[in-house]
Design a protein around this ligand. Structure first.
Ligand SMILES: [Cu+2]
Length: 408
């Protein structure tokens, strides 16, 4: 896979006259190619960097071998321009994942350096179409080029660099009425939380962040923080329209149109996906910790040296924030003491969100914590190595909101 400059026709529909946007991509396109492997298979990617600057690839959500995690300064050196790197790892969990730059990611991901990674179940659910739906926004000027304010202080200190144009990029543009489909939504945006509404389908939410739900749920509005994913299995009723409430209006993100009808639609109930076998720990956690998000504009005082901090410390400390033996169950209170939402991402393992009332919720790799709110998560750290823990509003991570965990 080669990372390189590409021209992408990001602006479409009424804006397509503006022409393509100089971007970054993989193998000539952004989003990069759809990589599909089967659960338990080993993926081998010869990665070539031809972007003109150093970069690396992170395989988001994969419970990966640590040295393949793609984090410069923690798991590898950044790959210099002209250099290459052999990524090779087993994908242990079936589900919807993605890959993206982890080097100056707040700029490189915004410029397009990301793509979908699908790990198929050994016995995939019976559907007529399996469709990846990238949800993203872009911050473009009148010439369709990226506005070059990636390092803008305003963006860093507020909600991150939000786009001024948003859309979905479905891997397939039409379906038949009556088809049973799987939709794999991936929020690849730098900073925007998308409350996505999906119309024209009758179905169920079956997975979040690549991990099957214990029981299927009504779809409703699917709120996706940056990096979060959601899988839906549904029957097509009409044109599928994606939109989100922007705070001011219902912003249309795009369509998958109906073309023809399925002569023999399925009538079976939509079932849950097979579990990836992550077992919830029983009893009390071995440890309890608090991770306090601090900083930013509007009242975020803290002693850290950058805009944001965790527990008063900005950027990667020399020693891990948390060092645990493999198998340790840690309940972490994610406390948001700031005026902005944050999507907190742990590399290398998934964790359970704890619902109000204390019951275990969904398995996730990224947890959205709204301004001035908090959420507990429970993680059994079972993957040895040095793992980044950071805000996936990428400008926040760039300006302090990151730390790391060592599992020995
Ligand atoms: Cu943040």
């Amino acid at each position: 896979m080669t990372a390189e400059p590409v021209l992408a026709q990001i602006l479409t529909g009424e804006f397509s006259e503006y022409g393509p946007t100089p971007s970054l991509g993989f193998n000539g396109s952004t989003p990069g190619p759809l990589l599909t492997v089967r659960q338990g298979d080993e993926l081998s990617v010869t990665f070539e960097n031809r972007t003109g600057e150093a970069t690396s690839v992170h395989w988001h959500g994969i419970r990966i071998t640590n040295r393949m995690d793609g984090v410069p300064g923690l798991t590898q050196e950044a790959v210099p321009d002209g250099g290459d790197f052999e990524y090779r790892f087993v994908a242990p969990d079936a589900g919807t994942f993605w890959y993206h730059s982890h080097s100056r990611s707040w700029e490189q991901v915004a410029r397009g350096l990301y793509g979908p990674l699908i790990v198929q179940e050994t016995a995939p659910p019976d559907v007529d179409a399996d469709i990846v739906v990238i949800v993203d926004d872009w911050r473009l000027g009148e010439n369709a080029e990226f506005i070059d304010d990636f390092d803008g202080m305003f963006h860093f200190a507020h909600g991150g660099r939000l786009g001024n144009y948003a859309k979905v990029i479905p891997s397939q543009s039409s379906v038949r009425r009556g088809d049973r489909i799987r939709l794999r939504l991936i929020n690849t945006a730098n900073a925007r939380v998308f409350p996505v509404a999906v119309e024209g389908i009758d179905g169920k939410l079956v997975a979040l962040d690549g991990m099957p739900l214990g029981r299927v749920e009504e779809v409703g509005t699917v709120t996706l923080a940056p990096a979060q994913r959601a899988d839906i299995i549904a029957d097509v009723v009409d044109d599928i329209e994606f939109s989100f409430w922007s705070g001011q209006d219902n912003y249309r993100l795009g369509l998958i149109t109906v073309d023809g009808s399925n002569p023999s639609p399925r009538t079976s109930e939509i079932q849950r996906l097979p579990s990836n076998g992550i077992v919830a720990p029983s009893g009390e956690p071995d440890r309890r910790e608090t991770l306090r998000m601090q900083g930013g504009a509007m009242g975020g005082r803290h002693p850290g040296e950058d805009i944001w901090s965790f527990n008063g410390v900005s950027d990667l400390p020399e020693k891990p924030w948390l060092k645990v033996d493999r198998g340790t169950a840690v309940q972490i209170s994610l406390v948001n003491d700031t005026s902005f939402p944050h999507g907190i991402h742990l590399h290398g393992q998934h964790f359970f969100e704890i619902a109000d009332g204390g019951s275990l919720g969904s398995l996730r790799d990224t947890s959205l914590v709204n301004a001035r709110e908090s959420r507990d998560i429970l993680c059994v750290f079972d993957n040895p190595g040095k793992w980044l823990l950071h805000c996936h509003m990428l400008g926040h991570s760039a300006t302090g909101m990151k730390t790391w965990v060592e599992v020995t």
